[in-house]
Design a protein around this ligand. Structure first.
Ligand code: PMP
Length: 285
C-alpha cells in the first residue's frame, strides 16, 4: 500500500503526520470515502465537489484545485493497482500550535489512502439488519451542519456505540425536533405505498452520494421518490426500509426498535433498487 501525503507517496508503515496536526487535535478537517469499482473511482466528481463544499463551509482552503485533486486520486488508484476498493481522501487544517485557533496552521494536510472496505457480511444484504433509535441526537445544523463531512464523528461514534450496546449493528439518529435524519454513516429510506421517502438533508443528514444515486435510479425501476420529513412512526409503519452509503451500498433494514418492518424481509422495492445499483456499478466503467 502506498499512501499519498502532501504530494508524496509513503509505504503504509511510514505514512505519518504530525501529532500537532489540528485534524488530530481537534477533528479539524474534512474527508470523503469513495469506492473503486472495476478500477475506477465511482462518482469521483461528486465526491470531490462535496469535499470542497465541506472545506468551504469550515473556511478551509484546499491547497489544490478540484481538477488537480481528481488527478491525484486517479494516480493513487493506479499506483495501488486497485480494481475493487475504497479511497479515503482527507484534508486536515494542518500542523499548528496546541490552541484551537487555526490561524497559525501553516498549510492543510492532504492524505489519500487506497485500501479495502467490507462493512457487512453478505448474509445481511439478504436478510436485512436490525437498528435502534439512538438517544444521542444528531448534531444540530446550526452548530455544525451535518452536510459538512467533517473529521469530527463523535456524534456518530456515540450513536454506533449505542447501537452495539442494544445488540444492533446500526442506529438511527433523530434531530432535536424528533425528525429522522440518518444512520451513523448511512442515509435512510423507507417505502410507503410504493413510494420512496427519505429525509431532506436540511433535517440534519449528509447529502449522501449513494442516496442521490438511488433517487436518480428510482424512476428506471418504476419507483417515485420524495424528500420529506419522517418521524419514528413513519419508520415503524413503513412497508420497507433501507440504508445507503458508499461502504454499505444499499442495506435492507428489517427491524427498527423491536418492530418488524413489513414482513421482516427485504421488500420488493429494496430488492429492485439493489439489483439496479449492482447493474449500475458493473456497467458504467
Ligand atoms: N451519512 C453519514 C454520516 C456518512 O458518513 C455517510 C458516508 N459514509 C453517509 C451518510 C452516506 O453518504 P455517501 O452515500 O455519500 O457515502
Amino acid at each position: 500500500m502506498k499512501v499519498y501525503i502532501n504530494g508524496k507517496y509513503y509505504d503504509r508503515g511510514e505514512a505519518m503526520i504530525s501529532v500537532f496536526d489540528h485534524g488530530l487535535l481537534y477533528g479539524d478537517g474534512v474527508f470523503e470515502g469513495i469506492r473503486i469499482y472495476k478500477g475506477k473511482a465511482f462518482k469521483l466528481k461528486e465526491h470531490i465537489k462535496r469535499l470542497y463544499q465541506s472545506a468551504k463551509a469550515i473556511l478551509l482552503d484546499v491547497p489544490m484545485g478540484q481538477k488537480e485533486m481528481e488527478k491525484a486520486v486517479f494516480e493513487a488508484v493506479r499506483i495501488n493497482a486497485k480494481n475493487d476498493g475504497y479511497i479515503r481522501l482527507i484534508i486536515t487544517r494542518g500542523e499548528g500550535p496546541l490552541g484551537v485557533d487555526p490561524a497559525q496552521c501553516a498549510k492543510p494536510t492532504v492524505i489519500i489512502i487506497v485500501g479495502d472496505i467490507q462493512l457487512y457480511p453478505q448474509e445481511y444484504y439478504e436478510k436485512g439488519i436490525a437498528v435502534v433509535t439512538a438517544a444521542s441526537r444528531r448534531m444540530p445544523s446550526d452548530s455544525l451542519d451535518p452536510r459538512v463531512k467533517s473529521l469530527n464523528y463523535l456524534n456518530n461514534v456515540m450513536a454506533k456505540i449505542e447501537a452495539k450496546q442494544a445488540g444492533c449493528l446500526e442506529a438511527v439518529l433523530l434531530n432535536h425536533e424528533g425528525y429522522v435524519t440518518e444512520c451513523t454513516a448511512d442515509n435512510i429510506f423507507i417505502v410507503r405505498d410504493g413510494t420512496l421517502l427519505t429525509p431532506a438533508p436540511h433535517y440534519g443528514a449528509l447529502d449522501g452520494i449513494t442516496r442521490m444515486t438511488v433517487i436518480n435510479l428510482a424512476p428506471s425501476c418504476g419507483i417515485t421518490s420524495l424528500e420529506t420529513a419522517l418521524t419514528r412512526y413513519d419508520l415503524y409503519t413503513a412497508d420497507e426500509c433501507f440504508m445507503t452509503g458508499t461502504g454499505a451500498e444499499i442495506m435492507p433494514v428489517t427491524m427498527i426498535d423491536g418492530r418488524l418492518i413489513g414482513n421482516g424481509k427485504p421488500g420488493p422495492v429494496t430488492r429492485r433498487l439493489i439489483a439496479g445499483f449492482r447493474k449500475l456499478i458493473s456497467v458504467r466503467q
